[in-house]
Design a protein around this ligand. Structure first.
Ligand SMILES: C[S@@+](CC[C@H](N)C(=O)[O-])C[C@H]1O[C@@H](n2cnc3c(N)ncnc32)[C@H](O)[C@@H]1O
Length: 254
């Protein structure tokens, strides 16, 4: 009861989070698609289709030789992450993001979910090496954790020039991120609200903002069947990658 009250106060103090709070409340009376059964089906679906990185990129028409992300960059990020006073969510697939940005030449990228900022680091570094670009990231801090000061900590100052960090939930933040890049993007990475309803809100917005040839990437697709259903609804080639016990999905917009 006390924790619920503290949560209510946390949201009440953040007007930009009210839309998300309402959505969480409404979700309680909607169909639950995040059941253990759905999760098991989604994991099996993803595991059956998982392929190595080179094959995944080839399936969605991204060609070229692969390079691992710069180990010195990761070491620098690891040293920076150690300065965080709060433990946050794990990293996306950095080799995937680094290669996807480099090989597609993406210059306008939106991501949801930052935490330490590993995915931001991979995208910003790859765009920098390609000659520049803009990343707009949306991140709602963990409720009551006090991690705000440490969000994006692994990103060094030298890579922050093209970076806009919107510290809001996807509901409100995503629209602002897409608008900040002029309404069209070349690549997106979804790694925030992993629930079925969270994806139902954000995936179509990201997909609609992708330019022709743009690449849609979503993390943790094994959590529920939303990615499987979304991919089927597009009737396009899609790829699934395994990454440290989880799965990432890719679809390219024609
Ligand atoms: C797994 S972490 C992101 C990891 C990051 N992509 C990386 O590679 O380091 C998920 C982040 O999404 C944030 N988040 C969760 N729900 C959200 C929502 N509805 N809107 C925006 N951010 C959200 C969490 O607070 C957390 O910072």
């Amino acid at each position: 009861m006390i924790e619920k009250l503290k949560t209510a106060i946390w949201f009440a103090q953040r007007p930009s989070h009210w839309r998300h709070a309402v959505a969480l409340t409404v979700r309680k009376v909607l169909t639950d698609h995040d059941t253990p059964d759905a999760r098991a089906k989604a994991r099996a679906w993803a595991a059956e289709r998982a392929v190595p990185l080179a094959q995944a990129l080839a399936i969605v028409g991204v060609k070229g030789d692969l390079r691992p992300i710069d180990s010195a960059l990761v070491a620098e990020g690891t040293a920076r992450a150690a300065r965080s006073a709060v433990a946050m969510g794990g990293a996306g697939d950095l080799d995937l993001l680094s290669n996807a940005v480099r090989l597609t030449g993406a210059r306008r990228v939106v991501e949801t979910g930052v935490a330490y900022g590993w995915s931001s680091l991979a995208v910003l570094d790859a765009m920098d090496r390609n000659g520049g670009g803009k990343l707009a990231s949306v991140d709602m801090p963990y409720v009551k954790l006090g991690n705000e000061p440490f969000v994006g900590i692994v990103v060094p100052d030298r890579l922050r020039q093209g970076w806009t960090l919107i510290r809001e939930p996807d509901r409100s933040g995503l629209e602002k991120a897409i608008a900040a890049l002029g309404g069209q993007i070349d690549l997106c990475h979804y790694d925030s609200d992993k629930s079925w309803w969270g994806r139902a809100y954000a995936y179509p917005k990201l997909w609609n903002a992708l330019a022709s040839g743009g690449l849609f990437i979503s993390d943790d697709i094994q959590d529920n069947l939303f990615f499987a259903q979304f991919a089927a609804s597009k009737s396009l080639p899609f790829a699934v990658l395994a990454c440290e016990g989880k799965f990432v999905g890719l679809i390219r917009k024609p």
